[in-house]
Design a protein around this ligand. Structure first.
Ligand code: ADP
Ligand code: MG
Length: 462
C-alpha cells in the first residue's frame, strides 16, 4: 500500500483519531478527509466542501492538532479537495501485512460531541475501551500515586477519596486510568450506573438538553449515577452554564456519597475561567498527577505493548526507543506501530538501525546526539559549578547532588553503561552510578528535583 510510505503522519493521525472519536463522528466527518500533503513538516488535509471544512475546523481542530502534536511537530493545514479523487482503501478490509499492521482499529472510546449527537441515544453502559485496563498499565514512580488512587477507588466499597482528580499532560494515561476504574467498578457492581463522558460530551448534553427542553432527564441521568467519570474537565473553562450544571451534579453526587473521578491536563487552579466554587470542589478529594514516565518505565511500556501485539522486540530496540521518545506514551505507541508497519512491509526484523531510519525526523536528533560529556557540561552550567568539581570526589551536597543528577541524565539520555557513566564523572565506580540513578529516580516526584531535571533537559534538547 503506497499510503503507508507516502503518508506516514496521516496514517498515524487517522489511527489515533479512530481510537479517540466515536464511530458516528468518524463516519460523518473524519472518514471523508483526504491527505493532500504529508511531507514530514506539514500535513495538509482536505475536505470535500466548505461546510464540512468549517465544521471540522470548528469542532475537531483541537483534537486533530492535539493528536498530531503527539506524533511530532508538524504544521496542520486545512484545504478543500476535489470530490471523486481516488478513495483510500477501507482500513477494515486490509489484506496485506502492512495494511493489517496499519489498520485502523474499531473506535471504542467515548463520543466527542457534535450537535447532531442529540439524536443518538445515550448508551446505558459506558463505552469502555477494552485495552484501558489496570493490567495493561505500567506503573513507575511517575504514575504510581495516580495508579494506586485509581485502584483504591475501583476496588473499595468505600473509596477513600472523593473526588479523585487525575492530572497530567497529553498521552500520559489519564483516559486509560479513568476507563480502568470504570472496568473494575462495572465488574464488581454490575448493577451500578456509570456515566463516562468527556467534558465536551457533558457540555453537549447540557446544551442540547436546554435546546430540546429535556434538562430534567439530563439532570436525572447525571445525578442518579453511582460513578461519574469525566475526562478532560479543563474544557469546561468558560462554559458558565455548564459549570453551573456540573457544580450541582457534583454536589448531588457528593452528598449521596457517589464517586466522582475527573481528569485534567492541568491543575484545577490553572484552569482559566472556572468559578472558584467549582474549583474548590476538586480540592475536597485527592489530586494525583501523572508525570512523564522515566526511562525504566518507558522500556517496560514498550515491552508490554510489543508483547500485547505479539511483536518480538530486542532489548536494545526497546531501550533505543525509550531513550529517543520521551514526550509521552501515546507518541511512544505511535513510534512502535510505525516501526512495526515498516518492518512488516519490508519483511525484515526490527533492529536499532531500522528503528533509527524509520523514526528519522520524528525523534529528536538532539536527543540522539547527547553524550555523557555534553550532559556533564550542561549540569555544571546549570548548577554553576565547575566541571572539575562535578568530577571530583567532593561529597558536599552542592556538588554530590548535581553529580547524581548528571549520572541520572546520562543513564536516561545516552546508551552509556554504568561503568561508562562512572568514568565520565571522574572515574567513579559503577556501583556509585547505579546508586545515584536509583536515588534520583526515587526522588523524581519531588518538585525541586523534577524542576532541575526539566530545566537541564530543556537546555540540552530544545
Ligand atoms: P491521556 O488521556 O493522558 O492523554 P491516554 O490515557 O489516552 O493519555 O494514554 C495514551 C496512550 O498511552 C494509551 O494508549 C494508553 O494505553 C497508553 N499509556 C499511557 N500510560 C501508560 C502506562 N503507564 N502503561 C501502559 N500504557 C500507557
Ligand atoms: Mg485522554
Amino acid at each position: 500500500m503506497e499510503l503507508a510510505e507516502n503518508q506516514p503522519n496521516w496514517i498515524q493521525l487517522k489511527d489515533a483519531l479512530a481510537r479517540r472519536l466515536s464511530p458516528q463522528v468518524w463516519a460523518t466527518w473524519i472518514n471523508q478527509i483526504k491527505c493532500l500533503e504529508d511531507n514530514g513538516k506539514t500535513l495538509r488535509i482536505g475536505l470535500p466542501d466548505t461546510f464540512s471544512l468549517n465544521w471540522v475546523k470548528d469542532h475537531y481542530r483541537h483534537v486533530i492538532e492535539e493528536e498530531l502534536q503527539s506524533i511530532g511537530s508538524i504544521d496542520l493545514l486545512f484545504d478543500l479537495h476535489e470530490v471523486g479523487n481516488d478513495k483510500e482503501p477501507e482500513p477494515s478490509k486490509a489484506s496485506s501485512p502492512v495494511e493489517e499492521a496499519l489498520a485502523i482499529p474499531e473506535p471504542v472510546e467515548e463520543v466527542r460531541p457534535t450537535s447532531f449527537r442529540s439524536n443518538i441515544p445515550t448508551p446505558s453502559r459506558p463505552q469502555l475501551n477494552p485495552r484501558y485496563i489496570f493490567s495493561n498499565f505500567v506503573v513507575g514512580s511517575s504514575n504510581e500515586l495516580a495508579w494506586s488512587a485509581a485502584q483504591a477507588i475501583a476496588e473499595n466499597e468505600r473509596p477513600p477519596y472523593n473526588p479523585l482528580v487525575i492530572v497530567g499532560g497529553v498521552g500520559l494515561g489519564k483516559t486509560h486510568l479513568l476507563h480502568a476504574i470504570g472496568h473494575i467498578f462495572q465488574k464488581k457492581r454490575p448493577q451500578a450506573k456509570i456515566q463516562l463522558k468527556t467534558s465536551e460530551a457533558f457540555i453537549n448534553d447540557v446544551v442540547t438538553g436546554i435546546q430540546e427542553h429535556r434538562m430534567p432527564q439530563v439532570r436525572s441521568r447525571y445525578r442518579n449515577c453511582d460513578l461519574l467519570l469525566i475526562d478532560d474537565i479543563q474544557f469546561i473553562s468558560g462554559k458558565g452554564h455548564c459549570q453551573e450544571e456540573f457544580f450541582h451534579t457534583f454536589n448531588a453526587l457528593y452528598d449521596a456519597q457517589k464517586q466522582i473521578v475527573v481528569t485534567s491536563d492541568r491543575m484545577p487552579h490553572e484552569i482559566a475561567d472556572v468559578e472558584q466554587r467549582v474549583r474548590s470542589r476538586f480540592a475536597w478529594g485527592l489530586i494525583a498527577d501523572l508525570k512523564l514516565p522515566e526511562l525504566e518505565t518507558r522500556i517496560a511500556i514498550i515491552q508490554q505493548k510489543a508483547a500485547n501485539e505479539g511483536l518480538e522486540l530486542d532489548e536494545s530496540v526497546a531501550k533505543f526507543l525509550a531513550q529517543s521518545v520521551r514526550s509521552n506514551t501515546r507518541e511512544l505507541e505511535g513510534c512502535i506501530n510505525r516501526v512495526h508497519a515498516i518492518a512488516t512491509l519490508r519483511k525484515t526484523p526490527i533492529t536499532v538501525n531500522l528503528t533509527k531510519e524509520v523514526l528519522q525526523g520524528i525523534i529528536s536528533d538532539k536527543s540522539q546526539a547527547l553524550t555523557c560529556d555534553s550532559i556533564v557540561r550542561a549540569v555544571a552550567a546549570h548548577f554553576e559549578i565547575r566541571i572539575s568539581e562535578l568530577k571530583s570526589t567532593k561529597r558536599a551536597r552542592n556538588i554530590a547532588f548535581p553529580r547524581q543528577i548528571a549520572m541520572y541524565l546520562c543513564r536516561n539520555h545516552t546508551s552509556a553503561s554504568y561503568p561508562d557513566i562512572g568514568n565520565a564523572l571522574g572515574g567513579k565506580d559503577h556501583s556509585t552510578a547505579i546508586n545515584a540513578v536509583k536515588k534520583i529516580t526515587e526522588k523524581i516526584t519531588e518538585p525541586d528535583v523534577r524542576n532541575h531535571i526539566e530545566e537541564i533537559e530543556r537546555q540540552l534538547l530544545d
